[in-house]
Design a protein around this ligand. Sequence first.
Ligand code: 5GP
Length: 208
Amino acid sequence: MKRHGIALVISAPSGAGKTTLISRLREEFPHFGYSVSCTTRTPRAGECDGKDYHFWTRARFEDQRAAGYFAEWAEVHGNLYGTPLEPLRRMLEQGQDVLFDIDVQGARQLKESLREAVFLFILPPSLSELEKRLHGRGLDSEETIARRLRNACTELREAPWYDYLIVNDDVDAAYARLRAAYVAATLRPLCRPELVRALEQGRLEEER
Ligand code: 5GP
């Protein structure tokens, strides 16, 4: 019997190894769906309306936001971005799992709007290790690294309200933890409404 989908919401400070872990999860579980966000920014070359984003005017975005259209939204570099709630609900109802790679502010809003969401926070083993990794990537200037470290300290304060804390001290061990948290999340009664209904009537679903 089909289960209800889950929204797997993953946050981490920059440099914690989130991108690598998410790629591994998508590789092992290619069935994860995508939520197409709405944005007020203009499309870049090659971007397709309805596939990469829904490109909206600011007026339309603000009207829809006021009407409660978004599960979460944020202003990034002067443009508005938001996750439409109803298409997401439909995917989840159809048993489709959806993965969100989203910052702590967006995650906090999803916690309010989406009870079937599961929240995972990926932690670096220490701040000194995070600093070492940010230097090691060779991507950022000293100034950017200092800013990322300051942001990391702010983000880490939010980690305690997440459902699962995954320390990325070793990438294989961290992936095993992430995978275990995802699999455990799919076993919650919330994901099996038909089985729950049957159990409440004193039977197993097969015994109808
Ligand atoms: P870009 O314009 O480069 O595609 O995205 C800019 C930023 O907006 C990225 O940091 C991206 O994560 C964020 N973003 C994209 N879609 C959403 C969304 O639906 N909600 C939130 N909160 N941020 C988003």
